[in-house]
Each structure stands twice: as C-alpha cells, then as structure tokens.
Ligand binder design. Structure first.
Ligand code: KG4
Ligand code: ZN
Length: 325
C-alpha cells in the first residue's frame, strides 16, 4: 500500500489530498477562489498566488489529521499553469518532502486530469484515447500506456472551457461560464440558432472555438430580442457537437479500446449524456467533483510515477508552459 500526499495549485483552486495506490481517496480538500475572481470576470494571477499562500498550510494540517499511518511520497503540480500559483504548491510540497526525507514527485497538470478517471474506478486501464477539455486545454491524446502520450489534436485558438467562459460574459452570465451556461441552457431551445461547428469538415483532429464565440457575439448584436437561454442552449449544442464529432473520428483512426474524458468541461451534463449514448467503446469519466481541478488526480498520477521511479528532487522548478508528450 502506497499513500501519497498531493498538492494542486496551478490556477485558482488550492487542492490537498491523500490518495492510496492511485485509486482510493483518503482525503481530498479543495478551496476554490472563484468568488474572489468572479468580480474581475476571470482569474487574477497575483491574487491567486496570495490566496494559495494563505490557505495551504492549514489545509495540509486538516488533511493529515484525517489519516493515520505513514505517507510514502509527496507530489505537486509542476505545470502548466500560473507561475506564482505553481510556485506556492510546488515549494510547499518540496519543503515537506525534504524535511520528512521522503520522495518528491512532480506531476504534469494534464496527466493529473487523465489519471482522474482512475479514482474510484477499478475498470479504467491503458491504452486509451483521452479527450481533455478544460479552461486552458482542448486535446485528443493517444495514451499507449501510462506516461506514453501522443497529442493527436488540439485547439488552434480558444479552449472549449475558455469559450464557455467568454460566451457567458457576452450573455451576462456569471463566471465560471460552464455551469452558468449549462443552467441557462436547461430551459432554452438548442435549435433556436445554428452556430458554426469549428473545423468540423477538416480531416485532422484539431479544434477551433474562437469562431463560435464570435458568432455568438454577432448573433446577439444583430438580434437583441434573442432569449439568453436559447443562445446558451444553441451555443452549448454547437460546442459539444464538435467534441463528439472529433472524438468519434479519433476513435475510428486510433481504434483505441476505451475513452477517457477529463477536465472541467467533462462536468457538462450534455457532453456526458451524449458520450454515454453515442460512443461505442467504454467511456470513463470522473465523478463531477473530480472533473474540476483537484489534488486527488495529482495523487493518482503521482502514484504511477512513483511506481515507475519517475521522481523529482529539491531542484525541481515550476514550468508554466510545460508540455505533456
Ligand atoms: O479543469 P478546470 O477546473 O481548470 C483548468 O485546468 O482549466 O476547468 C475549468 C473550466 C472552466 O472554463 C469552466 O467554465 C469549465 O471548466 N466548466 C464547464 C462546466 N463546469 C466547469 N464547462 C461546461 N459545462 C460545465 N458544467
Ligand atoms: Zn485543470
């Protein structure tokens, strides 16, 4: 049995967790700064790093109080993310590992999202195709084995979560945009407006979401009488449609035996429902609260790295632009 104490602080959520053997959550605490950043319409990096500093020590004490026995290693997100935010979690984790004299495991944030599907799901395994949809990323990733990834397609401009956030702002809905658009769409007509499906006809597996955002801008500018809920529902339909289309194309090309879906946008109910209905290989999606940024997923990825001897040390520094493959 291996227990890892893990930290996530790449953006505006401080996460501290203890994960056993990469799958079992012993403790998992998240403090979100969403209410603080909401008034600015997005994350303010300087405020984010200060808030991480304020809470990380007490959160760690609380998490440690919830378990008995030894901790075998400490993990933290190394990148990608905001430099100041990453620095807080990574430095805290390294210092603790150094003073306890146990291994330190740096983790790529997106690898954490990929491994979030292993939490409480004993049937998930590699190889797989991963659809990673978050505020900063929209990618289809071939996962031949743990730590063996190939980016098959990515967004050429905005990420899908970023597009939800920007469209919510256009519609005067609250930040973050994903949940507020989803809520508005529930009572809207998804066929009210036909929005463009970016790169739907291209042969590659890339995405483009900036045209969709602009189409929403023009639609509400040209017809101020449009109902917000109809625009939200039509937008969500278009955004999710492209994810399905490209994922099906990637599954056909790679013949991957299963699909992992992760990242904040994986919490979207329309996306989850359509994936369950339309994808004919097993689909593994984390529970809703494990889709958004959390430290349990970092602990899950760190367990595999720990087992494979992929450790870091005290010299490890944050990498805000860290690449996965
Ligand atoms: O993975 P995450 O917590 O942070 C990043 O690594 O980016 O993802 C946050 C993103 C935000 O853009 C948010 O609007 C989106 O996930 N999101 C959703 C939903 N819940 C969160 N998008 C669509 N539908 C949702 N229910
Ligand atoms: Zn994330």
């Amino acid at each position: 049995m291996t227990r890892i104490l893990a930290f996530e602080s790449s953006c505006d959520e401080t996460g501290v967790a203890i994960v056993e053997d990469g799958t079992k959550i012993i403790a998992n605490h998240i403090i979100s700064q969403i209410d603080i950043h909401r008034e600015y319409g997005g994350v303010v990096p300087e405020i984010a790093s200060r808030k991480h500093t304020e809470v990380i020590s007490q959160m760690t004490q609380k998490v440690l109080a919830e378990h008995e026995g030894r901790i075998d290693a400490i993990a933290a997100t190394r990148g990608p993310g905001l430099m100041g935010s990453l620095l807080v979690g990574l430095s805290f984790a390294k210092a603790l590992a150094y003073s306890w004299n146990i291994p330190f495991v740096p983790v790529h944030h997106l690898e954490g999202h990929i491994f979030s599907v292993f939490l409480n799901d004993s049937t998930a395994e590699f190889p797989a195709l991963a659809l990673l949809v978050s505020g900063g990323h929209t990618s289809l990733i071939g996962c031949a084995a743990a730590h063996d990834y190939e980016i098959l397609g990515s967004t050429r401009d905005d990420a899908v979560g970023e597009c939800f956030d920007k469209v919510a702002r256009l519609l005067k809905l609250s930040y973050p945009g994903g949940p507020s658009i989803q809520a508005a769409a529930e009572t809207g007509n998804a066929s009210a407006i036909t929005f463009p499906r970016g790169l739907a006809k291209s042969n590659d597996l890339d995405f483009s979401y900036s045209g969709l955002k602009t189409a929403v801008l023009y639609a509400i500018r040209d017809d101020p009488g449009l109902l917000t809920n109809d625009v939200a529902a039509s937008f969500q339909e278009a955004a999710v449609d492209v994810l399905l289309l490209k994922t099906k194309k990637a599954l056909a090309q790679t013949r991957a035996p299963r699909l992992f879906v992760a990242g904040g946008v994986a919490a979207n109910t329309l996306l989850r429902a359509r994936l369950s209905e339309e994808i004919d290989v097993p689909v593994h999606m984390p529970a809703l609260d494990l889709c958004i940024d959390n430290a349990a997923m970092i602990g899950a990825a760190a367990h595999s790295r720990f087992v494979h001897g992929m450790l870091g040390d005290i010299s490890c520094t944050p990498e805000p632009g860290m690449t996965l493959a």
